[in-house]
Design a protein around this ligand. Structure first.
Ligand SMILES: [Zn+2]
Length: 211
């Protein structure tokens, strides 16, 4: 049986569902907590990434200093890494959008706030599988891209290895909100019939209690 797009969501909240949880990444409390968690994840990833260098007697600061003489100036390295990160954020949101669009065909919303960048499909209620695929796809895709690149670059250039590790770390940290929503879908509400409405920064979770 072919699954059509309209089977992935509801236009109206069906009877029997009630709101169980609401989260808002634009809210100061949520935004601050998740950005702190993102930073902690980034630092942890960079500590792990530095272990093989340290074992070989190399220090990342020396690598960056040496690299800034050979490859480009340290200012250019910083600018290039920042630009790469901005491109990554745009691509990350686009992947959410492509997933939502191909699964629902509905109108998307994109935006940036002080605490987050976002993509949502605000006018519908998506079923568990649709919500999970759309929320997790950037995490899965970019982890599969960044991780092998970082490992390969380790054997090519310590400088590029460090920069790719930094991008991977920022990616992993930046995905903590998506991972939290995935946890809610897969663990917290696993036994419930679930619908999620995703406006981008906000997620509304609706469950139906079986009688
Ligand atoms: Zn995301």
């Amino acid at each position: 049986m072919k699954i059509t797009k309209s089977q992935n969501f509801e236009k109206e909240l069906p009877e029997g569902y009630k709101q169980a949880l609401y989260i808002n990444a634009k809210a100061p409390k949520f935004g601050i907590i998740f950005n702190i968690i993102a930073l902690v994840i980034m630092v942890l990833v960079m500590v792990v990434a530095n272990i093989p260098l340290y074992i070989n007697g190399e220090l990342s600061w020396n690598i960056i200093r040496a690299g800034s003489g050979n490859v480009m100036t340290s200012e250019l390295i910083v600018i290039a890494t920042l630009l790469a990160y901005i491109v990554y954020i745009v691509l990350h949101e686009l992947v959410h959008g492509i997933a939502y669009k191909s699964l629902t065909g509905e109108k998307l919303t994109f935006g940036v706030s002080l605490t987050c960048a976002f993509c949502g499909v605000p006018h519908i209620f998506t079923y568990r599988k649709t919500a999970l695929i759309a929320v997790l796809s950037p995490f899965v895709l970019f982890t599969l891209i960044f991780l092998p690149i970082a490992v390969a670059l380790y054997f090519v250039s310590p400088l590029y290895y460090l920069l790719s590790a930094l991008l991977f770390a920022a990616h992993l940290g930046g995905c903590c909100g998506d991972l939290y929503v995935s946890y809610l879908i897969m663990v917290k509400f696993r036994k419930k019939q679930l619908l999620m409405r995703d406006t981008g920064p906000e997620q509304f979770f609706y469950i139906r209690d079986e009688k």
